[in-house]
Design a protein around this ligand. Sequence first.
Ligand code: BEZ
Length: 211
Amino acid sequence: MSIRLGDIAPDFTAATTEGTINFHEWLGNSWGMLFSHPADYTPVCTTELGRTAQLKSEFDKRNVKVLAVSVDGLESHKGWVKDINETQHTTVNFPIIADEDRNVANLYDMIHPNANDTLTVRSVFVIGPDKKVKLTLTYPASTGRNFQELLRVIDSLQLTANYSVATPADWKDGDDTVVSPSIKTADIPAKFPKGFTEIKPYLRLTPQPNK
Ligand code: BEZ
């Protein structure tokens, strides 16, 4: 059964490179990003996990805990982490689930049999502090994800959660945002003291509220 936006992220207990984790407990009040990789000792995955480690401070700034998953075992993960650290000039600083029994992969529908019977695809789930799924994304094994894009989406999700704004096409941090359609134009000045521009009654822009 696939996971849809707004669903409660399935909970699980799993062995990881940083000890056993109960997912919901481990998340606490943080946001979370659970992301899968096809296999250890593969080239694209090596660059992705390295990039994630390099961006740790950016995830921390946004109060996002990252958790990787692949279907290989703990000893394999530990050996591979040494290679990631060496080749990507970083130190892996987040847990990697050893999902040998594919419990997490199956809970999150990360194995797409028509792509590959056994390996996980590149799935991403961003989870809010309410444990609800805010974003899902699926890439094939051959395409490494854009981690700047993941941070950009997290920024957008957090703006929506905190300020009742949406973000337009190609929005970047600092650009104007879109006032949520649920807010009446008459109520905008009180809610958005930085002002607004009404392009159409349904298209109202306001400066990014947290800048
Ligand atoms: C990789 O991570 O490099 C990879 C894994 C499976 C298939 C293709 C590429």
